[in-house]
Design a protein around this ligand. Structure first.
Ligand SMILES: [Fe+2]
Ligand SMILES: [Fe+2]
Length: 207
């Protein structure tokens, strides 16, 4: 069973990094028209959306790593459901980056590999830590998306609609992990997660 899941996850990984993602739900910005942005505003929105796309690539890797090692079927299902919505987030941010005239981060394969290793490590510790890791990740991502809603140009309604829906989804994922028995991670682990997210966001804003 394990080698089979490994192949499935490997295939999913290649698609995350090299193929365009698709969304079952309609894109949150679908009904909104493009508004006028200055060059500086467009570049800023592009940098922020590139960071968000990179975060979604990491979420995919994390959940893949965790799904490989989760023991309890309910925990595996929770991870799979979250991962499915993360693919939609990938599709929304990827399209928005193109509309803003940019491309996704060149560092994505690097962050993907690191997140996959972290996901496998969290999974090996057991389901309650696995889910605890998921919950903490989602809380941190939710807070980070909230900060982007403060930073995005007010008139960039399309990017804002995407980020707002992603934030709501991430908080739902956190609640789901909680409902499945997530443990609270120790403070040093939470601090380390915040620090690595800072390095990732700092670099993918630019390239
Ligand atoms: Fe997400
Ligand atoms: Fe999520």
């Amino acid at each position: 069973m394990f080698p089979d899941s490994l192949i499935v996850e490997f295939d999913r990984g290649l698609r995350t990094l090299f193929a365009s993602a698709t969304s079952a739900r309609s894109h949150p910005d679908a009904g909104l028209t493009e508004t006028e942005l200055s060059d500086a505003e467009r570049r800023h929105a592009l940098g922020l959306m590139r960071v968000n796309h990179c975060g979604e690539v990491c979420a995919q890797a994390l959940y893949q790593g965790q799904a490989l090692t989760a023991r309890n079927p309910a925990a595996r299902e929770a991870l799979r459901h979250a991962a499915f919505e993360e693919v939609e987030h990938l599709a929304w941010t990827e399209k928005r980056i193109r509309e803003l005239g940019g491309r996704t981060s060149v560092f994505n394969p690097l962050w993907y590999t690191g997140s996959l290793a972290i996901g496998v490590a969290a999974g090996v510790l057991g389901d309650k830590w696995n889910l605890g890791f998921l919950r903490e990740t989602e809380h941190q991502v939710g807070a980070h998306l909230d900060s982007h809603l403060q930073k995005l140009p007010l008139q960039d309604e399309k990017s804002r609609a995407i980020v707002a829906q992603m934030r709501d989804d991430e908080l739902k994922h956190a609640d789901m992990a909680e409902a499945h028995g997530a443990a609270r991670l120790p403070l040093p682990v939470r601090a380390m997660m915040k620090l690595s997210a800072k390095v990732m966001t700092g670099t993918s804003y630019y390239v």
